[in-house]
Write a protein that binds this ligand. Structure first.
Ligand code: IDP
Ligand code: MG
Length: 149
């Protein structure tokens, strides 16, 4: 089983879409193991988006993510890292497929609602960046045998 880091960005929280995002991950069958509302510091924002430091939009990324709270989550399940990216949709919401979170709810690349880790290494480092070990729950959903053969 994999774990991945997913975050509803400030636009998603402000628009009241955090519950819808959580519902989609739950309905798919993924297991929630960490969840919190975070007012993001500049330091955390710069660390999270460190890979984009040289990009022209880095400053606006940091100021946007620190402008209003985010919902930070860790989800667990089969192939959850790539499956979460599939549920999330393409980076530019106007090009994202209908049925994806960005495709259904977004208009602009700078307001694309949600972040999901893009690989195993990123998932591990982002989970460690955003959560302490004691904030992650180990639990067994009663539905496991109805979701997995
Ligand atoms: P991702 O969120 O789909 O993984 P990344 O390429 O990792 O996309 O970019 C991180 C975030 O930076 C995107 O979610 C988006 O909000 C923003 N971003 C990416 N490309 C651009 C751009 O060309 N202009 C403005 N913002 C961008
Ligand atoms: Mg990315």
């Amino acid at each position: 089983m994999e774990r991945t880091f997913v975050m509803v960005k400030p636009d998603g929280v402000q628009r009241g879409l955090a519950g819808n995002v959580i519902a989609r991950f739950e309905a798919k069958g993924f297991k929630l193991v960490g969840l919190k509302l975070v007012s993001v510091s500049k330091e955390l924002a710069e660390e999270h988006y460190g890979v984009h430091k040289e990009r022209p939009f880095f400053g606006s990324l940091v100021s946007f993510i620190t402008s209003s709270p985010v919902v930070a989550m860790v989800w667990e399940g089969k192939n959850v890292i790539s499956a979460a990216r599939t549920l999330i949709g393409a980076t530019n919401p106007i090009e994202a497929a209908p049925g994806t979170i960005r495709g259904d709810f977004g208009m602009d690349i700078g307001r694309n609602l949600i972040h999901g880790s893009d690989g195993a290494d990123t998932a591990a480092s982002e989970i460690a960046l955003w959560f302490n070990e004691d904030e992650l729950a180990s639990w067994e959903p009663a539905t496991t045998s109805w979701l997995y053969e």
